[in-house]
Design a protein around this ligand. Structure first.
Ligand SMILES: Cc1cc2nc3c(=O)[nH]c(=O)nc-3n(C[C@H](O)[C@H](O)[C@H](O)COP(=O)(O)O)c2cc1C
Length: 169
């Protein structure tokens, strides 16, 4: 079972969380990889206008973890465009998280996650876990640890960890 972590990150915050999550998933024995979503222009606020320099393909994964920053109280336009344009024949399980600067979830995070979930549902995808990291809070590191724990457990519960082969007697 293969997990793809698809990350949009302009200044590296979201990427740093995704890298820690990848490290943990690999340590737990998952097959996982991280791919960067890169737009030509970071500043475009409209998903329709986003053009991709790197748009990692989503085929071939049993689960996709999507991660992006909050921009203007919304999910980054880049991630909105990426999810809307996902070209899927099979439907992977989805998990997603956002990072944002302001200290409270309602200052962007909650709305961005709702947008992420709605976009996934519109494509018939089930969202198994979500998370929000409030970057400016003192307890950021604990939030990150809790998110990694939650996402790793979710991947396990969803049966994404292949049984280790036991030697036949
Ligand atoms: C254009 C723009 C708009 C932003 N809007 C918000 C916002 O509405 N709420 C918030 O909490 N943070 C906002 N931020 C801050 C980012 O969400 C935050 O720094 C995030 O962790 C950046 O992630 P990245 O380093 O992965 O790009 C904004 C940042 C940018 C560049």
């Amino acid at each position: 079972m293969k997990i793809g972590i698809m990350v949009h990150s302009q200044t590296g915050n979201t990427l740093s969380v995704a890298e820690k999550l990848l490290e943990r998933l690999l340590k737990e024995g998952h097959t996982a990889e991280l791919k960067k979503i890169i737009p030509f222009k970071e500043s475009d606020p409209r998903p329709e206008a986003v053009q991709f320099q790197a748009k990692p393909p989503v085929e071939g994964y049993d689960a996709l973890i999507v991660a992006a920053p909050v921009w203007g109280f919304s999910l980054s336009a880049v991630m909105r465009a990426y999810i809307a344009q996902m070209d899927l024949t099979k439907k992977p399980i989805i998990a997603g998280f956002v990072t944002h600067a302001f200290p409270l979830p309602w200052m962007g995070g909650t709305r961005a996650i709702k947008q992420m979930v709605n976009l996934c549902h519109a494509k018939g995808l089930r969202v198994a876990a979500t998370g929000i990291i409030n970057w400016s809070r003192k307890d950021r590191e604990n939030q990150i640890l809790a998110l990694i724990e939650h996402f790793t457990l979710t991947m396990e519960k969803e049966g994404l960890l292949c049984e280790k082969e036991t030697p036949s007697s």
